[in-house]
Write a protein that binds this ligand. Structure first.
Ligand SMILES: [Zn+2]
Length: 109
């Protein structure tokens, strides 16, 4: 399947605000919209998890909300609840696939 990572950039109008344009320049939004490739590990209506290309540790997985937010401070309560439930599911799955002494959960923007 050919992936056009610039597909969504064609929808930007000159009068769009910075906030409105952000999702079009966001690699995570491109992954959510299938405009960029990713190895999807988990997906529900609110969240998407995929393997990080760098694999800093075995099973290194990124969990992102389905809708664009600048960081965790922008999550609404409903999305936040579902996101934490997804985090729990993903961490258990990663631990089952890659047994370890512990797990690190980091937030990054
Ligand atoms: Zn985004």
């Amino acid at each position: 399947m050919e992936v056009d990572v610039n597909r969504c950039l064609t929808r930007i109008d000159d009068d769009m605000s910075v906030e409105a344009i952000a999702p079009f320049n966001c690699i995570f939004c491109k992954i959510v919209s299938n405009s960029a490739p990713a190895s999807i590990a988990y997906e529900d209506d609110f969240s998407l998890a995929f393997l990080d290309l760098r694999q800093l540790s075995p099973g290194h997985t990124l969990l992102i909300p389905q809708k664009h937010v600048a960081d965790v401070r922008d999550l609404d309560e409903e999305t936040g609840r579902h996101f934490m439930a997804a985090l729990s599911k993903v961490t258990r799955a990663v631990s089952a696939a890659f047994p370890s002494q512990g797990i690190s959960v980091l937030h990054s923007t």
